[in-house]
Ligand binder design. Structure first.
Ligand code: ZN
Length: 173
């Protein structure tokens, strides 16, 4: 999914192409089709451009509200299954107005908001933040019962460390 790993790029030159450039993913590789007449400089410029375009296209899909809800359902099934509908949110949304928080939950109306600032973080960190907020639907406060639910997620400790590191670097609380 979206991430910072640089994919393996295969450039194919075509004599039939004049100015058009296209790119598509083929397994782990990205194939970029360029006109044969392109210089090396044009080639590298266009490869960068097409990779950015591809990442943006995939990112929009991968980090949509719909994907967030699907992710929540999967986490409930894996870690909060016995709580059934008590763990189901009414809505889960990406938001840009979370000040200094990665996510928040309002148990009264069962809504969850996740900060866009974690959108580019690894999947396992996003899962942690989301599971944390889902657990608040069951236990609103940060008590022992709450942390016991969160601890079911195998990478909870690591994810907290990751987020603390990011917050410290960014000077966030
Ligand atoms: Zn919390």
């Amino acid at each position: 999914m979206a991430g910072t790993r640089k994919p393996v790029v295969e450039v194919r030159r075509s004599q039939r192409r004049r100015r058009t450039v296209s790119a598509y993913r083929d397994g782990e590789r990205v194939v970029v089709l360029i006109p044969d007449q392109f210089s090396r400089a044009e080639e590298s410029e266009w490869v960068d451009r097409m990779l950015a375009r591809l990442a943006a296209r995939e990112g929009r899909f991968a980090r949509s509200d719909a994907e967030l809800l699907a992710r929540a359902s999967r986490l409930i099934g894996l870690y909060l299954r016995e709580h059934g509908s008590a763990a189901e949110p009414a809505s889960v949304r990406w938001v840009t107005n979370q000040n200094g928080r990665w996510g928040s939950c309002t148990p009264a109306d069962r809504t969850i908001r996740i900060s866009h600032r974690i959108q580019d973080m690894p999947d396992w960190v996003i899962d942690y933040v989301l599971l944390h907020e889902l657990a608040h639907l069951i236990v609103p406060s940060h008590n022992a019962q709450f942390w016991a639910l969160v601890a079911r997620y195998p990478r909870a400790e690591r994810a907290r460390g990751y987020l603390e590191g990011v917050a410290a670097t960014a000077g966030l609380p």
